[in-house]
Unconditional design. Structure first.
Length: 168
């Protein structure tokens, strides 16, 4: 369990940052400073859970900015259209797709991974709108449209999903 204190390592888009907690009045916010500092501004006396909620909100907003252009590009490339997409916390999957409703869900933890890995998950889930199963056709579609998908999948899984204690 993260303590949400100064010096902790946190990841954003594949980069490691040291957390700096700054207590101040006003709306909580997160900002990157320099190459290695993630500053979390919170109200004085905020709890660990409140700090984590603020950081999770920031991760969610970051995905809401980065995912739509990926969806636009890949829906056009693949000739598919998702009816809805959303972000939620998932314990065992990076994403999910319901081909019947054309709904995509992306794991909030993706905000910690490199953008190329996020894009791989977007493409993977959109391909399910063409092929439900992970069969030969599914693999062929990924091979055709995103030739580096195996490397990206491997990179995505280098740190287990839900692993909160990062090696220093």
């Amino acid at each position: 369990l993260r303590e949400m204190v100064n010096g902790e390592s946190h990841y954003f888009l594949g980069q490691r940052y040291r957390l700096r907690v700054r207590e101040r009045e006003g709306v909580p916010r997160v900002a990157i400073h320099g190459l290695d500092t993630l500053e979390l501004s919170v109200r004085p006396g905020s709890t660990r859970d409140q700090r984590e909620t603020s950081l999770q909100h920031w991760y969610r907003q970051a995905l809401k900015v980065r995912v739509p252009p990926m969806l636009t590009r890949w829906q056009a490339t693949l000739g598919v259209q998702a009816s809805h997409w959303g972000i939620k916390r998932m314990k065992t999957k990076w994403g999910s797709c319901n081909p019947d409703t054309k709904r995509l869900w992306l794991n909030l933890e993706l905000a910690k991974r490199p953008e190329a890995c996020i894009e791989y998950v977007v493409v993977h889930e959109l391909v399910h709108l063409i092929e439900r199963r992970h069969d030969d056709r599914f693999v062929a579609l990924l091979d055709r449209h995103l030739p580096a998908w195996r490397r990206l999948r491997q990179q995505l899984h280098e740190v287990p999903l839900g692993h909160h204690e990062w090696a220093e």
